[in-house]
Design a protein around this ligand. Sequence first.
Ligand code: WT7
Length: 628
Amino acid sequence: MEDSSMYHPSEEIKNEANVKEYEKLYKYSIENREKFWEEQAEELEWFKKWDKVLDDNNKPFYKWFVGAKTNIIHNAIDRHLKTATRNKLAVIWEGENGDLRTFSYHALDREVSKMANVLKSMGVKKGDIVTIYMPQIPEQIFAMLACAKIGAAHSVVYGGFSAEALLERIRDAQSRVVVTADGGFRRGKPTPLKSIINEAIEMCSVVDVVITVKRTGEEVFMRNDRDYWYHDLVNLPIASPKCETEVMNSDDMLFLLYTSGSTGKPKGLVHTHGGYSVYTSTTHRMVFDVKPYDRWWCAADPGWITGHSYIVYAPLINGSTMFMYEGAPNHPYPDRWWKMVEKYGITILYTSPTAVRGLMRYGESWVNRHDISSLRLLGSVGEPINPEAWKWYYRVVGKEKCPIMDTWWQTETGGLMLTPLPITPLKPGSATRPFFGNEFAVVDENAQEVKSGEKGSLVIKNPWPGMAVTIHNDEDRFVETYWKKYEKQGWYHPGDAARKDEDGYYWIIGRTDDVIKVSGYRLGTAEIESALVSFDDIAEAAAIALPHELKGNAIHVYAILKAGLSGSRELEVKVKNHVAEVMGPIAKPESVTFVDKLPKTRSGKIMRRVLKARALGEDEGDLSTLEE
Ligand code: WT7
């Protein structure tokens, strides 16, 4: 799997990089972790500085910048209004239909303030959680920033999720107010976001206000006592373009973001104002090497952590100009992305292996139609990038002059954890080495480091400012999931298998728990299985991941039908559609196989690894616990 070839950055890149040397600064950051992070925190403005950099008295509930007063919006917007950045473009947005909207920092401040005042007028207060369910339009970002500004937390639910998934998240967050849109455009078609919201809140009594932004102009159902058009509200005198930024404690909740785990219930990970500001902006500045002249494009959805950290917060804190695109990469033609790179002069592009593979499939002539020489740096995130895709990205998109930052991190970590810097010699498929302040290891079940080149569990040995502080409503699960396994050592356990080579480079293999990565999206087998058994004809089911050329992994399902029923092609299609409906289109299974029995342990747990080994024709391994 490993590719031994090394790709060295040019002298030009090395000379211009924001960080010119790794080893010395890394050593310093490990030996003086708190001092290192304090120095990074000094780059930002604070209403009041910290009494203590790190409070580790109540592990694993670490607190960063204790006693400090801040608000991420002060650093992302307010402080820029006092400098020339005020008139710089903050956001360039292109709709799938070609609409173009731009906002300077000055204009962004006005839009965010208006939305903040609208939220306030609906009774949103400091500490409330607002659910945001939107397409990729500027108002999605305004809504997030508006919440933060008034001290409310946001819970962004990805626009591809179904009514049920949405409902579960609204309930857990107890969101009284939801911000949405009538829809967005995807491959030329409007997506029915508002009707999904309507369906979801039909089933619960938590929500009493829905604010809807008009995007597609499609007809939607609005209930008089609950639904408001944003364009009506924003024209009222209450929606003044001036709004005070709320003073927050460093460890007050900025947002919660749900992600899949090994059990059925999604986890609402909590991130805070202080530590998260410092961690995301530092990694963005050092790894992505942002300069005042850059045009930064993180082609993720703001609905995922990548979007929260590197579309919204880090670029704004660093005063960058960011680009955001609404729709599909191949609409109307497979050169859409490259056309936009050329048109807007994008200098840094951060995307996922699955997007690279998708565009690679159309061939390089689509890329070569455009002058994309403005690009100087590339990035990858979400799953391991296969060397073939890496090399295509490097050669065809980067023209062999743009280093690729393959960044390993998670919703839980808040920001980049294993990553190269522009000066780092690269190996295709390796996320290289730890970011400053972080110590990693690959260990066995007994917390012993495995030999170099051997497979083991990835662990992080230290706290860092971007780390999630807990799971909303479930502290025990936070401890159980991430800290229990290496409790004695006090290590964080991300749930990934990895190898470390002789050069100290890390190679991520994949998840060790029941989490499946499909096109970089994280799905729990338990969630898929519970969607399956909610289908009338199915008695029991198991979901596994098998390699897929484009998606990285695809979901394959084994289902036992209720007595007396037999499987058919037709039923297979119905089951697939059912899962897509319950969980959202990303969870649609690749195949459904009807079986009489599932391999189980004597205690009744489904042995997914046995199903997987059989499907791949591999050795089934230790079967001693398999029930006869
Ligand atoms: C899981 C976290 C971080 C934003 C997007 C994903 C996998 C992530 C890489 C990478 C290999 C990667 C891991 C991780 N992953 N980046 N560069 N190389 N694997 O966030 O949805 O929380 O998923 O994604 O398995 O645990 P997420």
